[in-house]
Design a protein. Structure first.
Length: 113
């Protein structure tokens, strides 16, 4: 494991190395999409119990960071499988949102009251 700051490109490479060393191969893209949905559900459960009206069941614990990391792991797998550079895409996405929404939220009375 590296102690340096991890970039998204580095995270994609790290996941790819782990899959090749320990995972035998990637699950199919559709399987990973199903796994991503499952992991998002697990994250939603922790969020509902931590910040919502539900309480934890006996033996459950708030493992929010671990659940978020599980979601990120599968997303990184899908990016690797489909040839998407998440670092590049995130930067492009931020630019798109900035151009499209630079005034939208600032002038939203629902957010400023």
């Amino acid at each position: 494991m590296t102690k340096e700051k991890l970039t998204l490109v580095g995270a994609q490479q790290l996941v790819d190395q782990w899959i090749k060393q320990y995972g035998v191969r990637y699950f199919s893209e559709l399987t990973n999409l199903a796994v991503l949905t499952e992991e998002v559900g697990e994250l939603a459960r922790v969020m509902a119990r931590t910040y919502g009206d539900q309480s934890f069941k006996a033996g459950e614990k708030a493992n929010l960071g671990d659940e978020m990391a599980d979601v990120l792991w599968v997303l990184l797998c899908l990016a690797n499988q489909t040839g998407v550079n998440l670092e590049e895409e995130l930067l492009k996405n931020i630019e798109k949102k900035t151009q499209r929404d630079c005034n939208r939220h600032i002038h939203n009375k629902k957010l400023t009251n």
